[in-house]
Design a protein around this ligand. Structure first.
Ligand code: HEC
Ligand code: HEC
Ligand code: HEC
Ligand code: HEC
Ligand code: HEC
Ligand code: HEC
Ligand code: HEC
Ligand code: HEC
Ligand code: HEC
Ligand code: HEC
Length: 573
């Protein structure tokens, strides 16, 4: 028989709630025991009170033992049932109704609310019937609980703190655990709960986290925090939950966390020094245009050593860079003007830019790896194999002076005429001063060296790539200074960008993909900044779901804790 049982209960708000269950059985048992198909609770309900069976297409109810039921108000021990009949068992009402398709029997059960004592009555709950007295049982249990759940684990805390294992591993403070730790912490702290719970019965303190996470910096610098109207910093544990098995190691990756503060900086940021634009999302009009971080010599002192250069924050749209290296992408990417020394091919981005393992940055471009194959540091056209050392101006000057001193004093060294055409359109200098110099050889050598040094730093040598300062000093060794080169590696101080994820841009691959973001073919000078602004990113991204776009969150691009590599290093010392 396939039976539908519909329980009707009066909810706390007075509304009748229906709950259906079904059973396929030979007979529907009724009683207060938990294994009855229809369980009714009440003093007068027997554990096994009655049963409904189908026989010959008709339904009948039969009571067990001395129990009785009322059918349509008449008290009986058994009887046949018809649709609409109402059965009454200790106040509970059962009614047969027309079974819906697929069922043979349908019973509606209206329960009278049983009070707790009646509920207990359904089970054997009295201690009186056991050997244990109520009082002694309670004491025994309480003591056991305290011993197992408090004293032993507590003892284990102290044993752990001495760095020893606990005698009974299953009865240590892990018993107090609120759930499995995140995998990283399971490995790092394991059973040593005190790594985080340093004081018993006190919330996890930030100092516990910082003991291990020394390099994690606050989102807002302490000095700024004092100026902003933001209240106190949140505890680490408010954002980083534990004991849920790593499901939410970082509980808050949600944009709302960030937007809560950043949507209205005027209201919440008080008088912090850097005026931040309002950010309420990453879409047109909700996120400010980008600005970049550049290192520049302090105003008025072009020659300042690199360590004295200062950070300057500039809107990307108008920023100009000071790398002090002369270079034109346009020129070098033009196959009609520049070809690879090795195979005559046109230069590609990868000839000079190699992605680092982090996927974001490129290895620094150097003279040696990216330029030297074409730009040799020759200085005597008659000796095209002789080259100057790179990167050390004074050494270069010594090499030039020594070279010519030897050349002019050695009568056996023939002065060769240059025949080899140079690859670069360097300015021709008088190649054979010996022809015109008639004085003593050391004077001729010095003059020749001075002319070459001047050529290198003010004519066509080092100066073709470098900004050189000429002090016009008498002493040639002190006259020129190469202004330090600084190539920016990280334009976004506060944001990350993954090049690997953008190796393909829509249908563009290789250099064409690079060029869709970096207008390198239009860049004639290194001062031009080719980093794309927000408009480029918005072609493909939004922080909300938009068809055919990749959804990004604030934390896809920004890290909440500022990178604090410097701080980490200084703390290690
Ligand atoms: C990596 C740090 C860490 C370790 C290790 C750790 N917990 Fe926790 N635990 C937390 C954090 C965070 C909370 C959240 C409490 C809060 O908001 O301060 C927490 C909460 C709890 C709570 C809930 C009570 C409360 O303070 O909210 C219990 C119980 C608990 N931990 C037991 C343990 C036990 C037992 C162990 C050792 C097996 C353990 N924890 C190891 C970080 C840790
Ligand atoms: C016993 C040392 C230890 C303590 C104490 C500790 N951590 Fe960690 N935590 C680690 C290690 C180890 C890792 C994994 C390596 C890493 O990411 O630096 C980690 C990783 C994390 C991560 C990153 C996980 C990921 O998926 O990248 C977060 C977030 C974190 N811990 C927060 C906390 C917080 C909050 C506390 C304080 C409640 C805390 N930790 C206490 C050792 C510790
Ligand atoms: C409690 C408020 C608050 C919350 C929450 C907050 N910020 Fe900030 N944020 C600030 C303040 C204040 C500053 C300025 C800090 C300073 O100058 O030292 C700031 C600075 C920044 C900056 C650097 C701006 C710049 O150019 O100097 C970025 C980027 C940023 N927040 C992004 C985020 C992201 C992403 C989140 C969410 C994961 C977030 N913020 C959550 C208050 C908040
Ligand atoms: C011959 C070497 C060379 C080749 C080839 C080359 N670059 Fe560069 N690139 C440099 C040098 C040198 C710098 C640093 C000087 C500067 O800022 O222009 C640089 C800087 C950059 C910068 C950061 C500076 C800025 O102004 O934005 C980007 C972006 C860049 N290159 C993209 C490209 C792309 C894209 C290609 C290929 C289409 C390419 N480069 C090919 C040498 C090269
Ligand atoms: C979706 C746009 C996009 C594409 C495609 C792209 N870049 Fe970039 N590139 C950026 C952004 C944004 C930055 C600034 C990131 C930063 O400095 O944090 C950048 C920075 C650079 C830099 C200067 C930073 C450094 O580390 O030297 C170079 C060089 C560069 N890209 C070369 C390339 C090359 C080569 C390709 C092709 C393989 C390429 N980019 C593809 C957006 C792009
Ligand atoms: C594949 C060979 C090749 C490589 C590699 C190369 N260059 Fe060049 N470069 C040339 C050629 C050829 C010219 C002259 C082009 C012309 O006159 O149109 C030139 C011109 C220049 C000029 C202009 C010189 C002037 O006097 O007008 C500068 C500056 C320069 N290169 C710098 C660099 C730097 C810096 C690098 C390395 C980052 C580099 N080049 C890498 C071939 C190369
Ligand atoms: C073809 C272009 C080119 C020529 C020519 C050139 N350099 Fe450089 N120079 C570079 C590049 C690129 C860098 C930056 C990366 C590096 O250190 O290689 C640089 C860096 C330097 C630096 C800074 C080194 C440092 O460690 O900070 C000095 C100093 C220097 N060059 C001196 C010279 C002198 C002196 C000459 C002439 C003998 C010269 N350079 C010729 C391209 C050139
Ligand atoms: C032509 C479309 C296109 C443009 C333009 C573009 N992106 Fe993406 N971006 C993508 C795609 C596709 C992915 C997903 C790649 C993946 O899942 O590997 C992605 C992924 C990302 C991610 C998350 C992936 C990660 O691993 O970090 C960030 C963050 C991101 N882009 C930032 C930017 C920024 C910033 C710009 C602008 C400078 C930009 N994108 C421009 C197509 C684009
Ligand atoms: C696709 C990458 C990306 C996403 C997504 C993104 N940002 Fe930015 N954001 C940037 C870049 C790039 C900058 C400029 C670089 C910098 O300031 O260092 C920036 C700058 C900022 C600044 C400084 C603004 C100013 O006035 O200079 C704040 C604040 C900021 N973002 C907050 C947020 C918040 C909050 C979200 C989430 C709603 C968010 N960002 C989403 C890439 C992103
Ligand atoms: C307001 C929320 C918030 C608070 C408070 C907070 N964090 Fe985070 N934390 C984050 C978010 C969001 C990330 C993930 C952002 C990202 O990917 O860079 C994160 C990432 C981390 C990471 C992963 C590595 C990293 O640097 O990105 C560690 C470790 C961490 N937090 C430790 C701490 C510690 C320790 C404290 C307390 C001193 C703390 N956090 C307080 C929100 C918070």
């Amino acid at each position: 028989v396939k039976a539908l049982i519909r329980y009707l209960r009066q909810g706390p708000d007075g509304v009748i709630e229906a709950q259906d269950s079904d059973a396929t059985v030979n007979e529907l048992t009724i009683g207060s025991a938990a294994d009855r198909q229809i369980q009714l609770i009440g003093r007068e309900v027997g554990a096994d009170h009655a049963a409904i069976r189908a026989s010959g297409g008709k339904l009948a109810i039969a009571c067990r033992g001395r129990f009785r039921v009322q059918i349509n108000g008449k008290s009986v021990a058994s009887g046949s049932l018809a649709l609409g009949d109402q059965i009454d068992i200790a106040g509970h009402k059962l009614r047969l109704f027309k079974p819906p398709a697929g069922f043979d029997v349908a019973i509606e059960v209206t329960l009278t609310s049983a009070d707790a004592s009646e509920f207990e009555n359904a089970f054997r709950t009295d201690l009186d019937k056991t050997w244990l007295s109520k009082r002694s049982g309670a004491w025994l249990l309480a003591i056991l609980t305290l011993l197992l759940a408090l004293a032993l684990p507590l003892q284990s805390v102290f044993i752990h703190r001495q760095g020893k294992p606990t005698p009974i591993p299953s009865v240590d403070d892990a018993l107090w655990s609120a759930g499995p730790l995140s995998p990283a912490h399971e490995l790092a702290a394991g059973k040593k709960c005190s790594a985080c719970h340093q004081q018993l019965f006190v919330h996890v303190q930030d100092t516990a986290c910082r003991d291990c996470h020394r390099s994690v910096a606050d989102h807002i610098a302490a000095s700024t925090q004092a100026l902003a109207h933001l209240g106190t910093q949140q505890r680490c544990a408010q954002c980083h939950r534990e004991h849920d098995g790593g499901a939410s190691q970082i509980a808050v990756r949600d944009d709302t966390l960030c937007v809560g503060c950043h949507a209205d900086p005027g209201a919440s940021f008080g008088s912090i020094p850097r005026k931040l634009g309002a950010v309420s999302g990453f879409a047109r009009g909700t996120h400010p245009a980008f600005s970049i971080q550049l290192l520049k010599p302090p105003a008025g002192s072009e020659m300042a050593a690199l360590q004295d250069w200062v950070q300057s924050r500039e809107p990307l749209a108008t920023a100009r860079e000071r790398s002090n290296l002369k270079f034109s992408h346009q020129q070098h990417l033009d196959g009609a003007r520049v070809t690879r020394a090795r195979d005559g091919g046109v230069l590609g981005c990868a000839d000079c830019h190699t992605l680092e393992n982090d996927g974001q940055h490129f290895l620094p471009v150097t003279m040696e790896t990216s330029c030297a194959s074409c730009h040799q540091l020759t200085f005597d056209p008659n000796e095209p194999t002789r080259q100057l050392p790179h990167g050390k101006p004074l050494d270069a000057i010594y090499v030039i002076e020594d070279y010519f001193a030897r050349k002019y004093s050695d009568p056996t060294l023939p002065v060769k005429k240059s025949t080899q055409a140079r690859r670069l359109p360097d300015k021709e200098i008088p190649t054979d001063l010996a022809d015109v110099c008639t004085g003593p050889s050391y004077i001729c050598a010095n003059r020749r060296a001075a002319a070459e040094i001047e050529n290198q730093f003010a004519g066509r040598g080092c100066v073709s790539c470098h900004e050189v300062q000429d002090s016009h000093a008498k002493d040639i060794q002190e006259r020129f200074q190469v202004i330090p080169v600084h190539l920016t590696q990280d334009y976004f101080e506060k944001a990350r960008f993954n090049h690997r994820a953008h190796a393909v841009q829509k249908n563009l691959t290789g250099d064409a993909a690079c060029l869709s973001c970096h207008k390198a073919k239009d860049s004639k000078e290194s001062s031009q900044v080719m980093i794309p602004d927000i408009g480029n990113c918005l072609q493909c991204h939004s922080n909300r779901y938009v068809k055919d776009q990749v959804t990004v969150q604030c934390v896809s691009c920004h890290s909440y804790h500022p990178m604090a590599i410097m701080q980490a290093n200084s703390q290690e010392q």
